[in-house]
Design a protein around this ligand. Structure first.
Ligand SMILES: [Zn+2]
Length: 387
């Protein structure tokens, strides 16, 4: 009897190990969809000749995120994931990245009627708590992966985080979600060396600034050259002090498409991550490099995001026990972002539940021609030669 019980326990342990190994976490919270976008019409504050817009606000609306979650529910992908929430990041967690003075100012405005800090970062009453929850989702996702509770994880964090500097929020980002998650993991002894790959179409200037002198966090940002912020993200910005060589910007000309992103991943990103030998790979997963995005001028498709996900998943598998975590960043096409996100998350989970790209044919026709590809090859040749 005892032997049978022991055998059963052993079998159950193996099954649990297998299900942990195979599971993908998805961290989200309805309250993140309630964060407000301020009195804007697109990128312009309402006033003067700028007419208020029905259903207005900044392009960073909840709809891209809510529709992604809804699409996953409709296809059944949600049911294949380990769906979880999280608690708000504590003040102690936030202080690892942000100064007390900034947190105090943010909290005081949030406890009142809300307001706006920095550049294009409006929030309503309680905005501090929503931002802390967004950071908490990223923290929980990374921690669950590093503790081996799941194979990989996606955090539907909103507001986003990659533009946020320690004391200056900008670009819709109020707290530096991923940086807070990484610093928490390191403080808890869960990881030492982490790669952040940021494929949002805008430069990950906040993440870069926070780890600029840190040789144990390799920050890589693939972005459209001189999009946002316009004065940062140059290839020559490689870090400072001990961190020299551990920041890499890959600014691309507008118009790069699927083949261009694949070339960047193969020729630059993969060898850099492989050489670094990380404990975990973290992705700042924006979808605004997609065709039709109002804040980007690139031509990536849902298949581009799926293929990049397959590449980083394979890299993580070979380098760091599969430990891969993604946090949602930008992406402003309310119709297309959900399909791109579904491609990414299904690939992370190794699921065959699909949401076929309704624009696949038309976006394949919009891919750049041979002349652009030759031009981009030259741009990448110069970067590779300078590494
Ligand atoms: Zn962006």
């Amino acid at each position: 009897m005892m032997r049978l019980k022991a055998a059963f326990e052993c079998l159950r342990a193996t099954e649990n190990e297998e299900s942990v190994k195979m599971s993908t976490g998805f961290f989200w919270d309805e309250r993140c969809f309630w964060h407000g976008g301020g009195n804007y019409a697109g990128m312009l504050p309402v006033g003067g000749l700028v007419q208020p817009k029905v259903g207005g606000g900044l392009p960073e609306s909840p709809e891209t995120k809510r529709r992604l979650k809804n699409l996953m529910d409709v296809t059944g992908l949600s049911g294949a994931l380990d769906m979880r929430g999280a608690t708000e990041a504590t003040r102690e967690d936030l202080l690892r990245v942000h100064p007390a003075s900034y947190l105090d100012e943010f909290k005081a405005l949030s406890d009142g009627m809300g307001g706006e800090l920095g550049r294009r970062t409006p929030f309503g009453p309680g905005g501090y708590e929503v931002a802390a929850l967004s950071a908490g989702l990223s923290m929980a996702a990374l921690e669950a992966v590093l503790r081996g509770e799941m194979r990989n994880a996606y955090a539907l964090s909103r507001p986003p985080g990659h533009h946020c500097l320690p004391d200056y929020p900008n670009g819709f980002c109020l707290l530096a979600n991923l940086s807070i998650a990484i610093q928490s993991a390191r403080a808890n002894g869960l990881a030492e060396r982490v790669v952040v790959l940021d494929w949002d179409v805008h430069h990950g200037n906040g993440t870069e600034a926070i780890f600029y002198d840190d040789p144990n966090v390799l920050t890589i940002s693939i972005h459209q050259d001189r999009n946002y912020p316009m004065d940062s993200g140059g290839f020559e910005d490689r870090g400072t002090g001990a961190g020299v060589g551990f920041n890499l910007n890959i600014p691309l000309p507008a118009g790069a498409g699927h083949a261009g992103y694949m070339a960047v991943m193969e020729r630059i990103v993969t060898p850099q991550i492989t050489a670094f030998q990380p404990d975990a790979i973290v992705i700042a997963c924006g979808y605004d490099a997609a065709c039709n995005d109002p804040l980007g001028r690139m031509l990536a498709t849902a298949e581009t995001f799926r293929a990049m996900t397959a590449q980083v998943k394979a890299l993580a598998g070979g380098l760091c026990g599969g430990r891969l975590m993604m946090a949602h960043e930008g992406g402003y096409d309310e119709v297309y972002v959900p399909f791109c996100g579904h491609h990414v998350i299904a690939e992370m989970a190794g699921s065959d539940i699909t949401a076929p790209d309704p624009f696949a044919e038309v976006f394949s026709l919009r891919q750049p021609g041979p002349a652009f590809d030759r031009f981009l090859d030259g741009v990448l040749d110069d970067m590779v030669a300078a590494l």
